[in-house]
Design a protein around this ligand. Structure first.
Ligand code: SF4
Ligand code: SF4
Length: 462
């Protein structure tokens, strides 16, 4: 008999009072008993509606059935047929708008906790498995992947499984892309990312770090070196600013810079070479997951007051509900319907405050969301000594500027068809480099689609 409870098994979490002072993971993961109990909620629907909501098409009822049988390794094998980064997806995928939004159990009650079960299975495998993945037989062809983030690693994993000799080029000194520089340790421990990358290396994927494509080597040179196809998964690392006065004061960061200092360079450790200014009061401008991550990091670094400043209402915030909830639990203050107009500084050019105006919601705009308009005579000064701009990013123009015939749109994103093919033969692209900043799982889906298309392209040339 299935478990007909209307509620998901709760995820054990660290106490908010304790966790807001440390960088350890917030969610602690299911025990075996909780995982089996949650798996029993799945009705094993024949038409598998949940699978249609997963960008990498994991066979969800099949892996959940294995959990019911307590065959956790069997469940892992099913997931890894479709996903190269299951421990990552189980943690950072917005399941509520993907697979879980299609789950029939969600019609009357909460959907099956698919993401939590995926995380459980991946963690169980990483803790118990001793055998290395079998290396597929080589097909004699080579593929280059630019960027070791979610789309690049997924594309690399799928191509390696097909027998390709795959090299991933990463500009930073560590592979993982946004998984290591963007998402904080307390949401996604870096040891988990490292382990997933090792799993790919066991399949034969080579990772070369500190290689900046467009500087160290150009796309055309990759073809000269004998690669048959190239995938660009270089992400969207160029931060946007508001273009208001004071954005060049000391104590103003882009969320990218702030998070890279904290996550990748471990600025919170005493032995870190990368300093970060101690701040008493921090404003994070933006309402997405990146804004929540930056705010929660600032709190952990010791700021007394941390504000999320967002020009629309909480309902319109693009961040995941779970992240908003966690941020509030940790004492982050939400200043919604508020927009900065100037950052103020002292004679030494340090931030001393942020001038803001209150907003109200007017008629819907092109995006369908109600447009925020300025409320009359509502100007006030928020007492802050640090401002973090988390209002989006676009792709770095370096690859476009150094590669002949590679088209981008007005946002600087690569133009690619539904298979990931760009305007250059043999060059594919996917993830944030094509869509602008989006989610890890959509980037992985794009990497997967491109891997299939690259394989077809290379085989068609034989
Ligand atoms: Fe759901 Fe994401 Fe896992 Fe797919 S990868 S099953 S969308 S949690
Ligand atoms: Fe299980 Fe929900 Fe998928 Fe049905 S829709 S198979 S209940 S996870």
């Amino acid at each position: 008999m299935p478990n007909m409870s209307l509620k998901k098994n709760e995820m054990p979490v660290q106490d908010p009072k304790i966790r807001s002072g440390n960088f350890e993971e917030v969610a602690l993961g299911y025990t075996e008993e909780q995982a089996v109990d949650e798996a029993e909620r799945c009705l094993n629907c024949k038409n598998k509606p949940c699978v249609g909501g997963c960008p990498v098409a994991i066979d969800i009822p099949e892996f959940i059935s294995k959990i019911k049988e307590r065959d956790f390794e069997g469940a892992y094998q099913i997931i890894s047929r479709s996903s190269s980064l299951p421990a990552v997806c189980g943690r950072v995928c917005p399941q509520e708008t993907q697979c879980e939004s299609r789950c029939v159990r969600g019609i009357k009650g909460e959907p099956v906790a698919i993401g939590r079960l995926e995380r459980f299975v991946a963690d169980w495998h990483n803790a118990h498995s001793t055998s290395a993945a079998e290396r597929p037989q080589s097909n004699g062809h080579r593929c280059a992947i630019i960027g070791a983030g979610p789309s690049g690693l997924t594309c690399a994993g799928d191509l390696a499984r097909m027998g390709y000799d795959v090299t991933v080029y990463e500009a930073l000194h560590l592979a993982g892309g946004v998984l290591v520089y963007g998402i904080p340790e307390f949401r996604l421990p870096k040891s988990i990312v490292q382990r997933e990358i090792e799993n790919l290396q066991e399949l034969g994927v080579k990772v070369e770090t500190n290689v900046v494509i467009g500087r160290t080597i150009e796309v055309d040179e990759l073809f000269e070196q004998g690669f048959d196809a190239v995938f660009i998964g270089s992400g969207a690392g160029l931060p946007r600013f508001m273009n208001i006065p004071g954005e060049n004061l000391k104590g103003v960061y882009s969320a990218n810079e702030f998070l890279t200092r904290v996550n990748l360079m471990k600025a919170y450790r005493e032995d870190s070479d990368t300093p970060i200014k101690n701040s008493r009061s921090v404003a994070v401008v933006g309402g997405g997951n990146v804004a929540m991550d930056a705010a929660r990091c600032a709190k952990r670094l010791g700021a007394e007051n941390v504000y999320i400043v967002y020009r629309r209402g909480e309902e319109e915030m693009p961040a995941r509900k779970e992240e908003i909830h966690h941020a509030k639990e940790e004492g982050i203050e939400f200043r919604t319907l508020t927009n900065p107009v100037e950052i103020l500084g002292n004679e030494h050019r340090f931030v001393t405050g942020m001038k803001c105006v209150e907003m109200e919601l007017g008629e819907p705009d092109d995006s369908g969301r109600r447009k925020p308009v300025v409320k009359e005579d509502s100007e006030f000064i928020l007492d802050v000594d640090c401002v973090i701009m988390a209002i989006g990013t676009s792709p770095n123009p370096l690859i476009r500027n150094t590669t002949e015939g590679l088209l981008t749109n007005k946002h600087g994103c690569f133009v690619a068809d539904e298979h990931g093919l760009t305007s250059r033969e043999g060059v594919y692209a996917g993830g944030d480099a094509v869509t602008g900043a989006a989610t890890v799982i959509l980037a992985m889906g794009a990497g997967k689609t491109a891997a299939k298309a690259m394989d077809e392209y290379i085989r068609s040339k034989k």
